[in-house]
Design a protein around this ligand. Structure first.
Ligand code: 5AD
Ligand code: SF4
Length: 433
């Protein structure tokens, strides 16, 4: 009988894909199949995120809980960014943990599993051309890594210390993987990288130099592929050539994540983001002029050290000018190994909380104002999920979550949907074609 694997995935899309790789390797080489019940698992894995402090604190309470419920002889492993960051300390604090596997060492899962107390967290490890086995959690869309690591030096961010230097995956490998995913039924591809539009800056070994725009062109030629999405692009690398490809390539979905972080040029400089408020707004303006239906999402950090009221108002000003569809907003959380952790001009917790709620209130106001404009619009929706309430949901090209009454026959299909009800999070509609 096959062994059972329980895996919990925290953090970003990169982690989701890493978990898929881990599941595939363990299935192929060690005969593990997935379970949703940690109590019956032979192996419990937590794929962690370390971008903010809170999830790291939660890790140890979760580990304690898993240690209590696990069946006798079951192993526990910690993977991902917190594994990279804390390494051996995880086993010191939770001695029942059997192994620690960093975010840059996913391909070694088969090795660490069989070496009790092993810790593999080398952030210089190059697995950019490792041929992972295949596992896809969705039959409709496929995540594909196009680069590993991150070369940026954003002063608040721990990721370069957990995922190492940026290396692009050779274009021919990506194309093969994309082709295979489409042949397997995926009509949508999600290209992943910490800094996805910096693709092609560095490969390991001799590989054809291809930039992100060219990679998009090549992938979009795959027959049977309908949609391409990608995350996360960096505003600094949004040159005209890239924006034009985004606008004119019909397979590229018209939603863009543009992580602003702050609307103040002064704070952006302190964050070492490489762009100003004006550059960001200029890119948005250009994008909107080329693609009026584009929907934009963003990440914002409030209360970064030194952020004055005026700096914060600049962030609100950008929000008003851009009218993002979705905002992921965070209170600044000092992270070890980062430059900003040494900054002494920190902002009071309370001010941070106030700014966060002011920002979120403004976002809700803007959403409430804009969402009514969607009534009566017709969007092509790709249906992916059967819901318990008799609805089937999917995403429009520009990333609205749309629900219609229906059954599983709709799954994996495209249909034109007219929007009849609107809300902040999702829209309801009727199929018109
Ligand atoms: N504090 C708060 N938020 C952070 N992020 C990254 N590092 C920090 C930090 N130290 C946010 C950024 C990033 C998102 C994934 O998490 O907004 O884009
Ligand atoms: Fe979290 Fe960043 Fe690691 Fe993704 S790359 S899991 S967001 S720390």
């Amino acid at each position: 009988m096959s062994k059972k694997l329980y895996i919990e995935t925290l953090g970003c899309a990169m982690n989701v894909r890493d978990s898929e790789h881990i599941i595939a390797e363990l299935n192929e080489k060690d005969d593990y199949t997935l379970t949703e019940n940690s109590g019956e698992a032979d192996l419990i894995l937590i794929n962690t995120c370390s971008v903010r402090e809170r999830p790291v604190q939660k890790l140890f309470s979760e580990l304690g809980m898993f240690n209590k419920v696990k069946k006798e002889g079951a192993k526990i492993g910690v993977c991902g960014c917190t594994a990279s960051h804390l390494g051996q300390d995880i086993i010191k604090r939770a001695p029942y943990v059997n192994f620690v596997l960093g975010a840059r060492n996913v391909s070694k899962i088969g090795e660490v599993l069989h070496k009790d107390k092993s810790v593999e967290v080398d952030i210089d490890y190059d697995e950019s051309d490792f041929a992972f086995k295949d596992f896809r959690s969705s039959p409709y869309k496929a995540y594909i890594n196009i680069s590993i690591g991150c070369d940026k030096q954003c002063t608040y961010c721990i990721v370069p210390k957990t995922r190492g230097e940026e290396i692009s995956i050779p274009a021919d490998l990506i194309q093969k993987e994309a082709q295979k995913a489409v042949q397997g039924g995926a009509k949508e591809l999600f290209l992943l990288g910490q800094n996805v539009n910096n693709y092609g800056r560095r490969f390991s070994g001799e590989h054809e130099k291809v930039n992100f725009t060219e990679l998009l062109r090549r992938i979009s030629k795959i027959e049977g592929l309908r949609r391409i999405r990608f995350t996360s692009p960096h505003p600094f690398h949004m040159d005209d050539e890239f924006l034009e490809e985004f606008a004119n390539n019909p397979k590229i979905c018209k939603s863009m994540h543009m992580p602003l972080q702050s609307g103040s040029s002064k704070v952006l400089k302190e964050m070492k983001r490489g762009y100003t408020k004006e550059w960001f707004l200029n890119r948005v303006e250009k994008l909107k002029s080329m693609v009026p239906e584009v929907s934009l999402s963003t990440d914002i950090i409030v209360a970064f050290p030194g952020e004055s009221d005026e700096d914060f108002y600049d962030t609100l000003d950008v929000m008003r000018q851009v009218e993002f569809e979705q905002i992921f907003s965070f209170k600044y959380s000092p992270r070890p190994l980062t430059e900003a952790a040494e900054f002494t001009n920190t902002i009071d917790e309370e001010i941070g909380s106030e700014r966060l709620s002011t920002l979120q209130e403004l976002q809700n106001e803007l959403l409430d104002k804009n969402v009514f404009k969607l009534l009566g619009k017709v969007y092509e929706v790709y249906f992916e999920e059967l819901r318990a309430d008799g609805y089937v949901s999917g995403r429009s090209d520009n990333n609205h979550l749309v629900k219609v009454k229906g059954s599983e026959e709709l799954l994996g299909k495209f249909a034109d949907v007219k929007i009849t009800e609107v809300g902040r999070v999702s829209l309801v509609g009727e199929i018109v074609k």
